[in-house]
Design a protein. Structure first.
Length: 353
């Protein structure tokens, strides 16, 4: 099976931007053990003269072979070096530049996502229209939000505002020149690497926009509490690493998240337990009351965003319950830094078919 292509088909641009050719838009897909999701992902971005590079991070499910059957360029990362989404995107960008040097705009896609028809054209048009915009993303939705509460939480997470942002997610289109100027991703950042990348883009004067257009679907496929826990641990690691890198800069990168982890995930439970005996358990009751107040605050915020009562309750509960794995992840990062151990990829999902 091969993806259909046409030679340098002209794509529209706005009145402010010059027209651009389809061959000036390239795609970098990254993945690890994505199975059938990868096939759908690659089929959605192929065609219209685009160069597509798939970067595989030591998959065990035959993903590289499946991608080759679809006729795309495949780059398999050497597992002897630490694997990360940041490293995969960087090396994918370099391979794309080598096989398609005319590319001006690069769409980055995770292998568990399916880009909607028309998104790539809309994103490239927006970048062509404004030289001050370096990165654009769109509206992303979960493919099966009804399948599990964890999928539903992801769908709520993707529901962000349009307009200028501080950071996008891992699925976005970037101006190739701006990507190079920012230095690409920091390959040592294991998670929230897109936040760190966008911070440096903004420092260089580039703007990041979320367009109102629908960008595509994400397939979380998360059905177990353990997977949700590992994802939260990874987020705690990401906040700690991001703060260590840029937390004292003018942006105060992840400073608010670290304050929350320290207060709710470390200090409050520690004080409650240590004071339990002298206060005859009163400290434990006060801690429960504090968490209940946090739950109510987050639930009200969800309702104010127009969410249903069930969604607001689900999200608020997840915020409270996540304090423990977030703290654990932050402590894991602190320990690895103190002991000077190499960071390892934190995965929350295994091979799929």
């Amino acid at each position: 099976m091969s993806l259909p292509t046409v030679d340098r088909e002209r794509l529209p641009a706005s009145a402010e931007g010059r027209p651009f050719a389809a061959a000036e838009v390239g795609v970098v897909v990254i993945g690890r053990n994505e199975g059938e999701r990868l096939v759908r992902c690659l089929a959605a971005v192929g065609g219209r003269g685009r160069a597509v590079v798939y970067v595989d991070s030591a998959s065990r499910d035959g993903s590289p072979e499946a991608a080759r059957r679809l006729g795309v360029e495949v780059l398999e990362l050497d597992p002897a070096r630490p694997l990360s989404a940041a490293r995969a995107r960087n090396e994918g960008f370099e391979r794309l530049a080598a096989v398609a040097p005319e590319v001006r705009f690069v769409q980055f896609v995770d292998g568990d996502c399916e880009i909607a028809a028309g998104w790539i054209e809309a994103a490239a048009t927006a970048l062509a229209a404004r030289d001050d915009v370096a990165v654009v993303c769109g509206r992303l939705r979960e493919l099966h939000p009804e399948a599990s509460p964890y999928n539903r939480l992801a769908d709520l997470e993707w529901d962000g505002p349009t307009g200028e942002l501080e950071a996008c997610g891992g699925v976005f289109m970037a101006r190739a020149e701006a990507f190079r100027r920012a230095g690409g991703f920091d390959a040592t950042v294991l998670a929230a690497e897109d936040d760190e990348f966008c911070l440096r883009v903004r420092r260089g004067g580039g703007k990041i926009l979320r367009l109102p257009e629908f960008m595509g679907w994400h397939d979380m496929a998360m059905t177990r509490l353990g997977a949700w826990w590992r994802r939260a641990v990874r987020a705690g690691w990401a906040y700690a690493q991001g703060y260590a890198l840029h937390g004292r800069g003018p942006e105060r990168h992840f400073a608010r998240q670290i304050r929350g982890i320290v207060a709710w995930g470390l200090a409050l439970p520690a004080v409650a337990v240590l004071a339990a005996w002298p206060t005859r358990g009163l400290s434990l009751l006060l801690a429960v009351a504090a968490y209940a107040a946090l739950y109510c605050k987050v639930r009200r915020r969800g309702l104010s965003r127009g969410w249903s009562a069930a969604d607001a309750r689900l999200y608020a509960g997840s915020i409270v319950l996540a304090k423990a794995p977030l703290a654990y992840g932050a402590l894991k990062y602190a320990a690895s830094r103190l002991l000077r151990r190499d960071a390892k990829l934190i995965e929350h999902k295994g091979p799929t078919t």
